[in-house]
Design a protein around this ligand. Structure first.
Ligand code: CP
Length: 333
Protein backbone atom coordinates (compact mmCIF):
# COMPACT_ATOMS: atom_id res chain seq x y z
CA UNK A 1 0.00 0.00 0.00
CA UNK A 2 1.49 3.34 -1.10
CA UNK A 3 -0.53 5.65 1.14
CA UNK A 4 -1.56 5.86 4.80
CA UNK A 5 -5.19 6.99 4.51
CA UNK A 6 -7.17 4.67 6.79
CA UNK A 7 -6.12 1.84 9.12
CA UNK A 8 -8.42 -0.66 7.40
CA UNK A 9 -6.09 -0.58 4.38
CA UNK A 10 -3.64 -2.53 6.57
CA UNK A 11 -3.76 -5.85 8.40
CA UNK A 12 -3.80 -5.93 12.20
CA UNK A 13 -0.39 -7.64 12.04
CA UNK A 14 1.00 -4.72 10.04
CA UNK A 15 -0.52 -2.16 12.41
CA UNK A 16 0.88 -4.08 15.38
CA UNK A 17 4.33 -4.04 13.78
CA UNK A 18 4.04 -0.24 13.39
CA UNK A 19 3.36 0.04 17.12
CA UNK A 20 6.43 -2.14 17.77
CA UNK A 21 8.50 0.18 15.60
CA UNK A 22 7.04 3.26 17.37
CA UNK A 23 8.00 1.76 20.73
CA UNK A 24 11.58 1.25 19.52
CA UNK A 25 11.72 4.91 18.46
CA UNK A 26 10.25 5.93 21.83
CA UNK A 27 12.78 3.86 23.81
CA UNK A 28 15.65 5.26 21.75
CA UNK A 29 16.52 1.76 20.51
CA UNK A 30 16.74 2.89 16.88
CA UNK A 31 18.07 6.03 15.27
CA UNK A 32 17.23 5.29 11.63
CA UNK A 33 17.42 8.23 9.18
CA UNK A 34 15.33 7.05 6.21
CA UNK A 35 14.58 10.67 5.30
CA UNK A 36 18.23 11.82 5.18
CA UNK A 37 18.56 14.31 2.34
CA UNK A 38 14.82 14.14 1.62
CA UNK A 39 11.83 16.40 2.25
CA UNK A 40 8.19 15.76 3.21
CA UNK A 41 5.41 18.28 2.50
CA UNK A 42 2.73 18.88 5.15
CA UNK A 43 -0.38 20.51 3.69
CA UNK A 44 -2.66 22.05 6.31
CA UNK A 45 -6.07 23.29 5.21
CA UNK A 46 -6.98 23.54 8.93
CA UNK A 47 -5.32 24.48 12.24
CA UNK A 48 -3.25 22.06 14.31
CA UNK A 49 -0.92 21.85 17.28
CA UNK A 50 -0.11 18.16 17.81
CA UNK A 51 -0.19 16.95 14.23
CA UNK A 52 1.85 19.78 12.84
CA UNK A 53 4.48 19.86 15.61
CA UNK A 54 4.84 16.07 15.89
CA UNK A 55 5.13 15.61 12.11
CA UNK A 56 7.66 18.41 11.78
CA UNK A 57 9.77 17.08 14.67
CA UNK A 58 9.40 13.47 13.49
CA UNK A 59 10.58 14.31 9.97
CA UNK A 60 13.58 16.15 11.43
CA UNK A 61 14.41 13.20 13.71
CA UNK A 62 14.28 10.85 10.69
CA UNK A 63 16.89 13.04 8.99
CA UNK A 64 14.50 14.94 6.71
CA UNK A 65 13.13 18.41 6.09
CA UNK A 66 9.45 19.40 6.51
CA UNK A 67 7.87 21.79 4.00
CA UNK A 68 4.70 23.23 5.54
CA UNK A 69 2.06 24.64 3.21
CA UNK A 70 -1.24 26.28 4.14
CA UNK A 71 -3.52 26.62 1.10
CA UNK A 72 -5.22 29.98 1.17
CA UNK A 73 -2.61 31.25 3.64
CA UNK A 74 1.03 30.67 2.75
CA UNK A 75 0.19 28.91 -0.54
CA UNK A 76 -2.48 29.39 -3.22
CA UNK A 77 -6.11 28.47 -2.69
CA UNK A 78 -6.76 24.98 -4.13
CA UNK A 79 -9.48 23.47 -6.30
CA UNK A 80 -9.88 19.66 -6.17
CA UNK A 81 -12.94 19.02 -8.39
CA UNK A 82 -12.21 17.55 -11.80
CA UNK A 83 -13.52 19.24 -14.94
CA UNK A 84 -14.39 22.41 -13.07
CA UNK A 85 -14.29 25.84 -14.75
CA UNK A 86 -12.04 27.68 -12.31
CA UNK A 87 -13.74 31.05 -12.44
CA UNK A 88 -14.36 31.20 -8.67
CA UNK A 89 -11.90 32.09 -5.91
CA UNK A 90 -9.60 29.06 -6.23
CA UNK A 91 -6.24 29.86 -7.85
CA UNK A 92 -4.55 26.49 -8.42
CA UNK A 93 -5.78 22.98 -9.15
CA UNK A 94 -4.62 20.03 -7.07
CA UNK A 95 -3.54 18.31 -10.29
CA UNK A 96 -0.67 20.78 -10.70
CA UNK A 97 -0.13 21.36 -6.96
CA UNK A 98 0.52 17.67 -6.29
CA UNK A 99 2.46 16.94 -9.49
CA UNK A 100 4.77 19.90 -8.87
CA UNK A 101 5.18 19.24 -5.16
CA UNK A 102 6.16 15.61 -5.65
CA UNK A 103 9.09 16.71 -7.81
CA UNK A 104 10.51 18.15 -4.55
CA UNK A 105 9.35 15.81 -1.79
CA UNK A 106 9.24 12.08 -0.93
CA UNK A 107 5.79 12.08 0.75
CA UNK A 108 2.87 14.45 1.35
CA UNK A 109 0.83 14.73 4.55
CA UNK A 110 -2.62 16.31 4.27
CA UNK A 111 -5.02 17.77 6.83
CA UNK A 112 -8.42 18.54 5.38
CA UNK A 113 -11.36 18.57 7.81
CA UNK A 114 -14.98 18.00 6.97
CA UNK A 115 -16.80 21.26 6.23
CA UNK A 116 -19.96 19.79 7.85
CA UNK A 117 -21.91 21.08 4.87
CA UNK A 118 -22.81 18.07 2.70
CA UNK A 119 -22.67 14.62 4.29
CA UNK A 120 -22.95 12.54 1.10
CA UNK A 121 -20.06 14.43 -0.53
CA UNK A 122 -17.84 14.65 2.51
CA UNK A 123 -18.21 11.02 3.59
CA UNK A 124 -16.32 10.10 0.38
CA UNK A 125 -13.30 12.18 1.51
CA UNK A 126 -12.99 13.98 -1.86
CA UNK A 127 -9.97 16.20 -1.12
CA UNK A 128 -7.82 13.51 0.50
CA UNK A 129 -8.66 11.07 -2.28
CA UNK A 130 -7.81 13.65 -4.95
CA UNK A 131 -4.34 13.97 -3.41
CA UNK A 132 -3.95 10.19 -3.48
CA UNK A 133 -5.18 10.03 -7.09
CA UNK A 134 -2.77 12.65 -8.42
CA UNK A 135 0.28 11.64 -6.36
CA UNK A 136 2.87 9.01 -7.06
CA UNK A 137 4.58 9.64 -3.70
CA UNK A 138 2.91 8.37 -0.49
CA UNK A 139 0.04 10.43 0.93
CA UNK A 140 -0.42 10.46 4.71
CA UNK A 141 -3.82 11.34 6.16
CA UNK A 142 -3.28 13.93 8.90
CA UNK A 143 -7.08 14.08 9.50
CA UNK A 144 -9.58 14.13 6.71
CA UNK A 145 -13.35 14.46 6.65
CA UNK A 146 -13.77 10.81 7.65
CA UNK A 147 -10.55 9.55 9.26
CA UNK A 148 -7.62 10.41 11.52
CA UNK A 149 -5.53 7.23 11.35
CA UNK A 150 -2.34 8.69 12.86
CA UNK A 151 -4.39 9.65 15.93
CA UNK A 152 -6.05 6.25 16.21
CA UNK A 153 -2.68 4.49 15.91
CA UNK A 154 -1.30 6.66 18.73
CA UNK A 155 -4.45 5.77 20.70
CA UNK A 156 -3.93 2.02 20.17
CA UNK A 157 -0.25 2.38 21.11
CA UNK A 158 -1.24 4.23 24.30
CA UNK A 159 -3.80 1.59 25.35
CA UNK A 160 -1.19 -1.13 24.87
CA UNK A 161 1.45 0.91 26.71
CA UNK A 162 -0.80 1.62 29.73
CA UNK A 163 -2.76 -1.63 29.99
CA UNK A 164 -0.67 -4.22 28.14
CA UNK A 165 -1.40 -6.17 24.99
CA UNK A 166 -4.70 -7.98 24.54
CA UNK A 167 -8.41 -7.37 24.54
CA UNK A 168 -9.70 -4.48 26.66
CA UNK A 169 -13.16 -3.08 27.42
CA UNK A 170 -13.15 0.26 25.65
CA UNK A 171 -15.84 2.94 25.84
CA UNK A 172 -15.97 5.63 23.15
CA UNK A 173 -18.43 8.22 24.33
CA UNK A 174 -19.94 11.25 22.61
CA UNK A 175 -19.65 14.43 24.70
CA UNK A 176 -21.58 17.68 24.56
CA UNK A 177 -19.74 20.57 22.85
CA UNK A 178 -20.95 24.07 21.95
CA UNK A 179 -20.56 23.40 18.22
CA UNK A 180 -20.77 20.43 15.87
CA UNK A 181 -17.34 18.88 15.17
CA UNK A 182 -16.12 16.47 12.46
CA UNK A 183 -16.39 12.69 12.90
CA UNK A 184 -12.90 11.68 11.79
CA UNK A 185 -11.55 10.92 15.27
CA UNK A 186 -14.46 8.74 16.47
CA UNK A 187 -14.60 6.97 13.10
CA UNK A 188 -10.92 6.08 13.18
CA UNK A 189 -10.82 5.25 16.89
CA UNK A 190 -13.75 2.82 16.59
CA UNK A 191 -12.30 1.22 13.46
CA UNK A 192 -8.83 0.76 14.98
CA UNK A 193 -10.24 -0.53 18.29
CA UNK A 194 -12.16 -3.15 16.28
CA UNK A 195 -9.06 -4.04 14.25
CA UNK A 196 -7.12 -4.56 17.50
CA UNK A 197 -9.85 -6.88 18.83
CA UNK A 198 -11.05 -4.78 21.76
CA UNK A 199 -14.57 -4.97 23.21
CA UNK A 200 -15.86 -1.63 22.06
CA UNK A 201 -18.88 0.17 23.51
CA UNK A 202 -20.00 3.26 21.58
CA UNK A 203 -22.22 5.64 23.56
CA UNK A 204 -24.06 8.55 21.98
CA UNK A 205 -27.45 10.22 22.09
CA UNK A 206 -29.93 9.69 19.25
CA UNK A 207 -28.95 11.75 16.21
CA UNK A 208 -25.20 11.11 16.52
CA UNK A 209 -25.03 7.70 14.83
CA UNK A 210 -21.85 6.86 12.92
CA UNK A 211 -21.94 6.19 9.19
CA UNK A 212 -23.83 2.94 8.50
CA UNK A 213 -21.24 1.53 6.08
CA UNK A 214 -18.47 2.31 8.53
CA UNK A 215 -20.38 0.64 11.37
CA UNK A 216 -20.70 -2.48 9.21
CA UNK A 217 -16.94 -2.39 8.62
CA UNK A 218 -16.26 -1.89 12.35
CA UNK A 219 -18.50 -4.85 13.21
CA UNK A 220 -16.79 -7.02 10.58
CA UNK A 221 -13.33 -6.12 11.88
CA UNK A 222 -14.36 -6.75 15.49
CA UNK A 223 -15.66 -10.21 14.62
CA UNK A 224 -12.58 -11.02 12.53
CA UNK A 225 -10.23 -9.96 15.33
CA UNK A 226 -11.98 -11.58 18.30
CA UNK A 227 -13.55 -8.42 19.73
CA UNK A 228 -17.07 -7.02 19.87
CA UNK A 229 -19.06 -3.83 19.33
CA UNK A 230 -22.13 -2.63 21.22
CA UNK A 231 -24.07 0.62 21.17
CA UNK A 232 -25.52 2.42 24.16
CA UNK A 233 -27.48 5.64 24.72
CA UNK A 234 -27.19 5.73 28.52
CA UNK A 235 -24.14 7.81 29.39
CA UNK A 236 -24.07 6.49 32.98
CA UNK A 237 -24.24 2.71 32.49
CA UNK A 238 -21.93 3.10 29.50
CA UNK A 239 -19.03 3.55 31.93
CA UNK A 240 -19.67 0.31 33.85
CA UNK A 241 -16.57 -1.89 34.10
CA UNK A 242 -14.65 -0.43 31.15
CA UNK A 243 -10.83 -0.23 31.10
CA UNK A 244 -10.67 2.76 28.76
CA UNK A 245 -12.83 5.87 28.41
CA UNK A 246 -12.31 7.70 25.11
CA UNK A 247 -14.31 10.95 24.93
CA UNK A 248 -15.06 12.90 21.78
CA UNK A 249 -17.75 15.20 20.51
CA UNK A 250 -19.01 15.05 16.93
CA UNK A 251 -21.76 16.52 14.79
CA UNK A 252 -24.79 14.54 13.63
CA UNK A 253 -24.61 13.59 9.95
CA UNK A 254 -28.29 14.46 9.49
CA UNK A 255 -27.44 18.03 10.52
CA UNK A 256 -24.63 18.62 8.00
CA UNK A 257 -25.40 21.94 6.33
CA UNK A 258 -27.59 23.03 9.27
CA UNK A 259 -25.46 23.68 12.35
CA UNK A 260 -28.34 25.48 14.05
CA UNK A 261 -30.46 22.31 13.90
CA UNK A 262 -27.62 20.33 15.48
CA UNK A 263 -27.31 22.90 18.28
CA UNK A 264 -31.04 22.75 18.88
CA UNK A 265 -30.96 18.94 18.92
CA UNK A 266 -28.15 18.84 21.49
CA UNK A 267 -29.86 21.32 23.85
CA UNK A 268 -30.53 19.56 27.15
CA UNK A 269 -27.67 17.06 26.67
CA UNK A 270 -24.98 19.22 28.27
CA UNK A 271 -25.40 18.27 31.93
CA UNK A 272 -25.32 14.50 31.29
CA UNK A 273 -22.92 14.07 28.36
CA UNK A 274 -19.72 15.08 30.13
CA UNK A 275 -16.98 12.85 31.52
CA UNK A 276 -16.85 13.44 35.28
CA UNK A 277 -15.59 11.72 38.40
CA UNK A 278 -18.82 9.87 39.34
CA UNK A 279 -18.89 8.30 35.87
CA UNK A 280 -15.16 7.39 35.97
CA UNK A 281 -15.80 5.68 39.36
CA UNK A 282 -18.10 3.21 37.55
CA UNK A 283 -15.16 1.99 35.42
CA UNK A 284 -12.64 -0.75 36.11
CA UNK A 285 -10.07 1.89 37.27
CA UNK A 286 -10.25 3.04 33.64
CA UNK A 287 -7.85 5.40 31.92
CA UNK A 288 -9.19 8.62 30.39
CA UNK A 289 -8.25 9.40 26.78
CA UNK A 290 -8.95 12.30 24.43
CA UNK A 291 -7.21 13.28 21.19
CA UNK A 292 -7.01 16.98 22.27
CA UNK A 293 -7.69 19.84 22.00
CA UNK A 294 -10.41 19.48 24.63
CA UNK A 295 -12.72 21.98 26.32
CA UNK A 296 -12.23 21.58 30.08
CA UNK A 297 -15.41 21.34 32.17
CA UNK A 298 -17.43 20.98 28.97
CA UNK A 299 -16.24 17.63 27.58
CA UNK A 300 -14.36 16.50 30.72
CA UNK A 301 -14.11 17.90 34.22
CA UNK A 302 -10.82 19.18 35.66
CA UNK A 303 -10.77 16.46 38.31
CA UNK A 304 -10.76 13.76 35.60
CA UNK A 305 -8.33 15.27 33.08
CA UNK A 306 -5.94 16.26 35.91
CA UNK A 307 -6.20 12.87 37.64
CA UNK A 308 -3.68 10.02 37.57
CA UNK A 309 -6.05 8.10 35.27
CA UNK A 310 -5.73 10.70 32.51
CA UNK A 311 -3.25 9.71 29.78
CA UNK A 312 -3.97 12.51 27.31
CA UNK A 313 -0.44 13.94 27.27
CA UNK A 314 1.21 10.54 26.79
CA UNK A 315 -1.33 9.92 24.02
CA UNK A 316 -0.25 13.16 22.34
CA UNK A 317 3.44 12.26 22.76
CA UNK A 318 2.80 8.93 21.05
CA UNK A 319 1.72 10.79 17.91
CA UNK A 320 5.41 11.57 17.37
CA UNK A 321 6.61 7.98 17.73
CA UNK A 322 3.87 6.31 15.70
CA UNK A 323 4.19 8.85 12.87
CA UNK A 324 7.94 8.19 12.71
CA UNK A 325 7.11 4.49 12.37
CA UNK A 326 4.51 5.20 9.66
CA UNK A 327 6.81 7.55 7.73
CA UNK A 328 9.71 5.09 7.90
CA UNK A 329 7.47 2.30 6.66
CA UNK A 330 6.11 4.36 3.75
CA UNK A 331 9.40 5.78 2.47
CA UNK A 332 11.31 2.53 2.92
CA UNK A 333 9.02 0.58 0.57
N1 CP B 1 -5.30 15.48 17.98
C1 CP B 1 -4.92 16.30 17.00
O1 CP B 1 -4.93 15.94 15.81
O2 CP B 1 -4.49 17.52 17.43
P1 CP B 1 -4.26 18.80 16.51
O3 CP B 1 -5.59 19.15 15.89
O4 CP B 1 -3.74 19.87 17.42
O5 CP B 1 -3.28 18.44 15.45
Amino acid sequence: MKDFLVTSDFSTDHLTSLIGSANRFKQGEVDDKPLAGRSVALVFFNPSLRTRASMQVGIYELGGNAVILEPGGTSWTLEHREGIVMEGNKTEHLAEFVRVLERYVSAIGVRTFAGLEDWETERADPILNAFARYASVPIINLESAMHHPCQSMADMMTIREKLGAGRKKVLMTWAWHPKPLPMAVPNSFALAAAQFGHDLRIAHPRGYELDEELVAEIEKEATANGGSVEFCDDIHTAFDDVDVVYAKSWGGKEFYGNAEADLTHRKGLRSDWIVDKPKMERTNSGIFMHCLPVRRNVVVTDDVIDSASSVVVDEAENRLHIQKAILSDLVSD
